[in-house]
Structure formats: structure tokens, C-alpha cells
Design a protein around this ligand. Structure first.
Ligand SMILES: [Zn+2]
Ligand SMILES: [Zn+2]
Length: 278
């Protein structure tokens, strides 16, 4: 059976309270062998670690989302740093900048982003980056971190070195090249599958067709960004094959090759035990 990994799903949200076991069973039935669950604040980061303990296929990432940056006190960040050493934690995330909603002031977002990159450096972990309408500042802060920490390569045994992933990749082909050169993957969620309209080209699909598969991961970002034809409903990790099949269409590669390569990329980023039962 074809095996996939969902590199980004927030399965701690209330949306899954009633039926998480069914959701995980459907994921397994669809070939999704592992799910990486990024926290968005301290509480959900703790919950992600708990879920990694409960479900053998789940791994956790811990971090404070830019929306929540205002709440990231020194105490919260030091808790995130300790959680980074917990069983089942594979990354610091999701972290970054979001100027679309500006739920936290931009200077605070930038500071909290830098501080969490520093946590990843100290913990020798990769990062999961969220960037929305904040490209220049995001890439500047990442560049600064890489320049002052040349030894930070994500997991020490990643080959090639993999410092993280830009999730829900918001950029064009040139921006993709920029992050790939910095040792990052890019990942595509449900909007990749949205049909093109005459006045609304699917830019994500165009970028996906330009970038080598060796740099791409699959994600759902559940419960958000539900792929076609389920758009409007709740998203879940079992929909990963829909994204894989759209990626197959835009790259001209078979679904089997998409699955195999994105699986290998995700394991390289987050660790060799991903997808193996614990
Ligand atoms: Zn995000
Ligand atoms: Zn997310």
C-alpha cells in the first residue's frame, strides 16, 4: 500500500474531540503512516506531546504561532524549550510571522520568532515556519539565524541537512529557490487542489510544478485548508492522498513516486522513526 505522511495537522483542536480515534483510523486506512502535530501556543504544544504519547503514529512539534506571540512571555518560551526535549517531539513549530491578521504586533512577532529559532538551534531540532504576507521579514530573520549558527542543520544526522519547512508555501518559484538554498523544504496543503478559474490562477499549483520533488512535503494543516472536493467541511489527515494526486497531476510524476519521495523528505526532516510504530 502507498504510504504517506501528513507533515502538519492540528489534531488537538476541538473539531476532533468527539471522533479523534476514527480520524486516526481513517488516516491509517488512507495510507497515512505518520502525522506531525504542531502546537500553536504552550497549552496546545503540551497537548501535542500528549497526543504523541497516545497515538504511535503521531509526533509533536512545540512552539508559539505568530497569532499568539503576544502571550509568549519568557516563562512560556522557557517551557517550550523544555518541551522540546520531550518524548515524541520532532521540531519547534509552528513559528513565524503573520501580517495578514496582525493578531500580535509585528515587532513582538519578530522577536518571538527569533527567540524560537534560537531554541531550535540549542535543541538541534528543525523548525516548522508559518509566513503570511510577511515574506521579507521572515526570510531576513531566517537568514540571520542561519548566518550566526552555521552548525545548525536541523537534526544532526539529516542528510541532506534540513533546517525546517515553510508550511503552506506562500511564495513563487524564486522564493522557493531561496528557501531551498537555505536548507529548507516547502510544503503544500489543500489549496493546491483548488480548481483554476479564469481570473484566479492556482499559483501554488504552478510553483509545485516548478520545484523539484526532492524539496516538497505534503500537509493538510487540518482542520483548516480542506482540499477539493471537501472544501467547506472539516479537514483531516486522511485527505493527504487528494493533495498527492494533485501534485502528481502538476508534476507529471506517478502518485507512487510522489508518496515515496515526500515520505523520504519528511523522514529526513523529522527523523528516522517517523512512520514506524513505537
Ligand atoms: Zn500555519
Ligand atoms: Zn498550522
Amino acid at each position: 500500500m502507498t504510504s504517506f505522511i501528513d507533515s502538519h495537522a492540528h489534531i488537538f483542536f476541538r473539531e476532533y474531540e468527539a471522533d479523534l480515534h476514527d480520524v486516526m483510523a481513517r488516516a491509517a486506512g488512507a495510507g497515512v503512516r505518520a502525522v506531525v502535530c504542531p502546537g500553536t501556543d504552550l497549552e496546545t504544544s503540551r497537548e501535542s506531546v500528549r497526543l504523541a504519547g497516545r497515538f504511535p503514529s503521531v509526533r509533536a512539534a512545540v512552539g508559539v504561532h505568530p497569532h499568539e506571540a503576544s502571550g509568549a512571555s519568557a516563562e512560556v518560551l522557557s517551557e517550550i524549550e523544555s518541551l522540546g526535549g520531550a518524548e515524541g517531539v520532532v521540531a519547534i513549530g509552528e513559528i513565524g510571522l503573520d501580517y495578514h491578521y496582525d493578531y500580535s504586533p509585528r515587532d513582538v512577532q519578530q522577536e518571538v520568532f527569533s527567540l524560537q529559532l534560537a531554541i531550535a538551534v540549542r535543541r538541534k531540532l528543525p523548525v516548522i515556519i508559518h509566513s503570511r504576507e510577511a515574506w521579507e521579514d521572515t526570510i531576513r530573520i531566517v537568514r540571520e539565524t542561519v548566518a550566526s549558527n552555521p552548525d545548525w542543520l536541523g537534526r544532526p544526522d539529516a542528510d541532506p541537512p534540513a533546517r525546517g519547512v515553510f508550511h503552506c508555501f506562500p511564495g513563487d518559484g524564486k522564493m522557493a529557490e531561496e528557501v531551498i538554498a537555505l536548507g529548507f523544504y516547502i510544503s503544500f496543503p489543500g489549496p493546491l487542489t483548488f480548481p483554476e478559474k479564469p481570473n484566479r490562477p492556482n499559483l501554488m499549483a504552478r510553483v509545485a510544478g516548478e520545484v523539484s520533488l526532492d524539496h516538497i512535503l505534503l500537509e493538510t494543516d487540518s482542520p483548516y485548508l480542506t482540499p477539493h472536493p471537501h472544501r467547506g467541511g472539516r479537514n483531516e489527515p486522511a485527505y493527504i492522498p487528494l493533495i498527492a494526486s494533485k501534485l502528481s497531476e502538476v508534476t507529471g510524476k506517478s502518485v507512487a513516486e510522489i508518496a515515496e519521495t515526500t515520505f523520504r523528505n519528511t523522514v529526513n526532516l523529522f527523523g528516522p522513526d517517523l512512520g514506524l510504530p513505537r
